[in-house]
Design a protein around this ligand. Structure first.
Ligand code: DLZ
Length: 194
């Protein structure tokens, strides 16, 4: 049962373009989160061709990746496809290092980008440093660009807590679904408030 999240609202995503950037650390948790996110985007009417998925090594890399993906999409839309592509900057989503080829992201600015990562506390201070920096970095990119950046980063103490937030444990809620809905709502509102 999911009782704490926002009351779900379905906004029309049919004219929106949404980016998803996910970390590859803790991949067994990341994959269901990405799937839950995409499922809600599609349910809101976002076209498959307007959902762009890219990956980076870890959560630490999410802020720069969001910033560059956003910038590349702006360059493309203002120069009709000429210039660097977001795919060139970030590589493909599911392949491993040896097989990744630069994928060109089709043109058009993003209405929102969802940053997805899973940080699980270990025995060192890594968790604290990365969590705080990534949170601040993503907020900064969002405010600096004026584009909604959805915070899809789980910061948890154990594997079990992560699984319980990715819908993996029986009866648990997949937080990716909330992130998909938030992206469509904020993307649509950003257009309306432009
Ligand atoms: C180094 C590190 C550690 C300890 N833990 C995580 C984690 O739980 N989740 C995650 O997404 N990334 C982790 N990383 C990797 C960093 O985010 C980053 O990719 C590397 O430090 C390279 O900059």
């Amino acid at each position: 049962m999911h009782t704490k999240g926002p009351a779900p609202q379905l906004h029309d995503g049919s004219n929106l373009r949404i980016g998803i950037i996910h970390a590859r650390w803790n991949d067994t948790i990341i994959q269901p989160l990405v799937a839950g996110t995409k499922a809600k985007l599609t349910e809101c009417g976002v076209k498959e061709s307007n959902i762009i998925v890219q990956s980076v090594p870890g959560a630490w890399e999410l802020p720069i990746a969001v910033q560059r993906l956003y910038a590349a999409s702006q360059v493309q839309s203002s120069s009709a496809g000429v210039g660097s592509s977001a795919g060139d900057l970030l590589g493909g989503s599911t392949s491993d290092l040896t097989t990744v080829a630069a994928t060109t992201v089709s043109t058009g600015p993003f209405d929102a980008i969802i940053a997805i990562g899973v940080l699980i506390k270990g025995e060192t201070m890594h968790f604290e440093y990365i969590s705080e920096s990534v949170s601040n970095g993503l907020m900064r990119v969002s405010l600096d660009t004026g584009m909604p950046v959805i915070f899809g980063v789980l910061t948890v103490l154990t594997d079990e807590q992560a699984k319980a937030r990715a819908g993996i444990i029986e009866g648990s809620h997949n937080h990716g679904e909330d992130w998909g809905l938030a992206a469509v709502e904020m993307g649509a509102k950003r257009k309306a408030w432009a």
